[in-house]
Design a protein around this ligand. Sequence first.
Ligand SMILES: Cc1cc2nc3c(=O)[nH]c(=O)nc-3n(C[C@H](O)[C@H](O)[C@H](O)COP(=O)(O)OP(=O)(O)OC[C@H]3O[C@@H](n4cnc5c(N)ncnc54)[C@H](O)[C@@H]3O)c2cc1C
Length: 430
Amino acid sequence: MRKADYNVLIAGTGVAGLCCALNLPADMQVLLLSKAKADESDSFLAQGGICMLRGKEDFFGYFEDTVRAGHYENDPAAVRTMIESSPAMIAELVSYGVRFARDGAGNFRFTREGGHRRPRILFHGDETGKEITSHLLAAVRALPNVTVRENAELIDLLAEGNECFGGVVRDAATGGTEDIYADFTLLATGGVGGLYKDSTNFRHLTGDALAIALRRGVHVEHVNYVQIHPTTFYTAEEGRRFLISESVRGEGAVLLDKNGNRFCNELMPRDVVTGEIREQMQKDGTDHVWLDMRPVGKTVLEEHFPTICAHCREKGFDVLKEPVPVVPAQHYFMGGVKVDLNGKTSMKRLFAAGETACNGVHGRNRLASNSLLESLIWAKRAAKAMAAVRGLGIGRFPVSDKRMYQNYTALKQAYADAVREEAEREECCD
Ligand SMILES: Cc1cc2nc3c(=O)[nH]c(=O)nc-3n(C[C@H](O)[C@H](O)[C@H](O)COP(=O)(O)OP(=O)(O)OC[C@H]3O[C@@H](n4cnc5c(N)ncnc54)[C@H](O)[C@@H]3O)c2cc1C
């Protein structure tokens, strides 16, 4: 009997795609696709850190902080799952060689960000994402059952009768497309920032899986729930916005208006601080406000935030001597392809995890540093769910109509329009 090309097809090499591959049994053949280079994912950009439950006594506070930030629209079962799974996931990361900041006695050090009542965020300088994702990528590259294909883009699903049999993959070098059959497919293509003029995300993250899901009738949710980060470095230049992590404010940095006066509580959840900044910019008639990092102190700035200090210096600002201009920008996507607690979508054999998916953890607004954690945990759960029902075989091999993908520019425009239209439709009905 004809077999699928792979047991699992994974679109995306961020933390979600990688963690799924790492948690699949060694005798399952896996193909990982990356639209760009494998290390060009938002997971590499994460600065602030990753949350972790700090013992039983922290459960209520962590839960409450998450749902309060999410305007109580979060799915309680999903939040509970994420929080309870966090210590084991951190231990798993450490087992791959990931290093988090520790004190002299070897215990974890924790930092704080907006919306958290206490420090519960693990970090590695201001490059936590790079530290985690580079270790996971190295571990994946060492697996004999996993193939990583770069510059290979999922442009459609091979679907029939609400069942997924793999995907249509476009090679960036040749422009050609190929049908790849798989017993299971995981959508892990990250967020939607590339659809926005001002975003902290990589430009190639354009909500592809979401558009494909819309096209194929897979359930999506809250496509209008987009998080704006309050503090990105202000510049008149085009391109990706450089993030100034919230943990800088968690460590004491303050926001100032055009006259050098504080105008808000910097540690409120992101949507609140963003609203205050926008209001202040309007009052002042400016296109940015100022972030003064001097209260953080030289030692912490240099030890904990070297990348941020270097970026500001490169742009002509010495954070030890002067405030830097900051402006809100698109940052994170809370909505996505609707999944259950195991990452299953409404389509048979199709899973989703990471920023592409909506599992209900974040509600209307994500609490800082919950997304790496949530992405990892759902990717692992999806891997376990696939492994549990493996061996079914696909039986059907639908063939894509190549003419549909010939005009790539028109296809991508149609996908972007579909995502925007769905967001507008949901906004109206909200
Ligand atoms: C600047 C910045 C700082 C952040 N800081 C933090 C933080 O401190 N803590 C935290 O928890 N979260 C943080 N986040 C959010 C977090 O990094 C992301 O939510 C998380 O990394 C998403 O992981 P992912 O695997 O879902 O997607 P990503 O890491 O974005 O990976 C997406 C992958 O999908 C691939 N892809 C896209 N489209 C296709 C396609 N059509 N076909 C094939 N492949 C495709 C991409 O090439 C990429 O490999 C930050 C985000 C940014 C942008």
